[in-house]
Ligand binder design. Sequence first.
Ligand SMILES: C[S@@+](CC[C@H](N)C(=O)[O-])C[C@H]1O[C@@H](n2cnc3c(N)ncnc32)[C@H](O)[C@@H]1O
Length: 309
Amino acid sequence: MGAQTHGHGHGHGGGHGHTHDGIDWSTRIGFLRREDAVAEEANAGIADRLVGRLPDQATVVDIGSGAGGQAAAFARVLAARGGGRIVLVDAVPELLDAAAEAVRHALGGGAAAESVTVEQVCVDAASDELLRQTPEADLVWASRVVHHLPDEQGGVRRLARLVRAGGWLALAEGGLTTRYLPWDIGIGAPGLQDRLNAARDEWFAAMRAEMPDAVRMPYGWGVALAEAGLAEVTSFSVLTDHPAPAGPAVREAVVEWLTALSERMDEKLSESDRDTVKALLDPAADTYVGARDDIFLLSASTVYVGRRA
Ligand SMILES: C[S@@+](CC[C@H](N)C(=O)[O-])C[C@H]1O[C@@H](n2cnc3c(N)ncnc32)[C@H](O)[C@@H]1O
């Protein structure tokens, strides 16, 4: 886990790079890029579905844009409809640069690139500074970031204030945790995937519990959107489904998830599961997970949407 960056006005250049979760996101660029690579189809489906309801020349704000995979998908759809504006918002400058690069790459050159303007805003989404630095939008998109804010409901309320009348706030939160291993992998006890996912849940709960000034939000995201004054609240879920035998991007993602798990959640696993994970991650061994033809990737992301009247 990275350096603690709690508190305002210290570390990372005058408050830039500040998040509340104790995670050094600047070290996660490669990881987020690989996640974007395997989610490309899901991201494209989400962009079609959400941008399709926006007016011409729409403004889309992406809060916690990470490595920019979803912003790139939004940009492609905006360009296909004659253009628009993408505003990338993140607390971490290195990620903003990576996201802008991903969007530029998606747009290619020529008319498509010129029809979409791309802006970057480096700000803490948990502070009201967000409202001063970020323009109002037809779509405010926030994927897997609100759960990194101490006050999730307060965060949703703040994001709702960025939405223009008639526009939408969409939160990608929850869904079904990614699965990638068969039930019996032939090393250790069967059912490792469920125990790994349980360790991940424990890590997540600890991340929230240890966050300074964390407030619990004891209800679902649709209720949070309604509570923020939004109407027409609903949700849909998008599947990421890469069957076995998996291509190189899925193999890399699986190796990376297991590596991250073993680094961050080791103490939450039994000794025998730790040995299994070690065997799976040894590229020289015939147990190496990256060389297996039975790994796959299956997950579902849920997108909660609400409209500002
Ligand atoms: C789990 S990543 C999600 C990235 C991307 N939205 C996705 O779904 O792949 C969380 C992102 O939120 C950013 N982030 C975390 N806390 C933040 C905060 N307080 N303000 C703004 N961005 C934040 C991180 O820098 C990172 O880019």
